[in-house]
Design a protein around this ligand. Structure first.
Ligand code: SAM
Length: 224
C-alpha cells in the first residue's frame, strides 16, 4: 500500500490514456451541472489531476484555482495548456487542506464553486475535516460539485457484495483496494449519510444523483 499522492505520481503518465468514452460522458454530465449552477466567478478545481476539466473551465467566465497534490499529475496539467493564462493559477504551496485555517489559506479569494471530479473525495478518509476546511475558502453562495463512487446500498449490492452493502447501510466507511500495475491504493467508500453529516455544519446537501450507466453519483452541496 502506498500513500495516495505517491500512487498518482506513479500512474500520472498513464492516467489520460485510461479514460473511456463512458468516463467522458460522466465528465460532461458533471461539468454541465457545474456550469448551470455556477455561471461565473472564482472556482477551485480540487484534486484537478492531469487537468482534464481545464479546457471546459478556462475559456469560460471563471477565475480558476487548480489544486493537485501529485507533482506528476500537476506537471501534465500545466503542460496541457498554453502558459500564463491570466485567469488560471496552479497552486504550488499550502496544498494540504489539513493545514488550512482562517489565517493560513492558499489564496485570498473566496470561491463561488468547487469541482472535485472523478472520485477525489474517495481519496480522502476524513470528510469532517475536509468540509470544515473547504468552508474556509467558500463565498456564501458556493456550490461544491463532487463526482463520487455511488454508495447507495442497492448499488453496493450490485457492484460489491451483501457484506459491503450492509456495512454502508450501517453508516460505516468501506475501504476498497485499487490495483494498478501492481501498485495498491486505498479508496474510501463513504455512505451518503456520512457526506451529509460531515458537511452539515457548513453546507446543505442539495442533491445526490446517480450518474446514468456508471458507478458514480454527483453530489451537490451549497454553503450555508
Ligand atoms: C481519480 S483522480 C481525479 C483527477 C481529476 N479530478 C479528473 O477528473 O480526472 C483523483 C485525484 O484526487 C487527488 N487527491 C487525492 N487526495 C487529495 C487531497 N487530499 N486533496 C486534493 N486532491 C487529492 C489525487 O492526487 C488525484 O489527482
Amino acid at each position: 500500500m502506498i500513500p495516495t499522492t505517491s500512487y498518482y505520481d506513479i500512474i500520472a503518465k498513464d492516467y489520460n490514456s485510461h479514460m473511456t468514452i463512458s468516463d467522458n460522458n460522466i465528465r460532461n454530465y458533471t461539468i454541465k451541472s457545474f456550469k448551470d449552477n455556477i455561471p461565473n466567478g472564482n472556482i477551485l478545481d480540487f484534486g484537478g489531476g492531469t487537468g482534464l476539466d481545464l479546457p471546459f473551465l478556462v475559456p469560460d467566465k471563471y477565475k480558476v484555482q487548480f489544486l493537485e497534490p501529485s507533482l506528476n499529475m500537476r506537471a501534465i496539467a500545466k503542460n496541457s495548456l498554453p502558459e500564463n493564462i491570466s485567469t488560471l493559477s496552479f497552486l504550488e504551496e499550502n496544498i494540504d487542506f489539513h493545514n488550512w485555517s482562517e489565517t493560513n489559506l492558499p489564496f485570498k479569494e473566496k470561491m463561488n464553486g468547487i469541482l472535485a471530479n472523478f472520485a477525489v473525495l474517495n481519496c480522502i478518509p476524513d470528510l469532517d475535516c475536509l468540509f470544515e476546511k473547504l468552508s474556509l475558502i467558500c463565498a456564501g453562495n458556493c456550490y461544491i460539485h463532487a463526482t463520487i463512487l455511488d454508495t447507495h446500498p442497492i448499488k453496493m449490492l450490485k457492484t460489491h457484495s451483501m457484506k459491503a452493502a450492509l456495512k454502508i447501510l450501517l453508516n460505516k466507511k468501506l475501504i476498497r483496494l485499487n490495483k494498478f500495475n501492481g501498485i495498491i491504493q486505498e479508496v474510501y467508500l463513504h455512505p451518503i449519510q456520512k457526506y451529509k453529516s460531515a458537511a452539515n455544519e457548513y453546507f446543505n446537501l442539495i442533491s445526490y444523483s446517480p450518474i446514468p450507466s456508471s458507478e458514480f453519483a454527483l453530489l451537490i452541496l451549497l454553503k450555508k
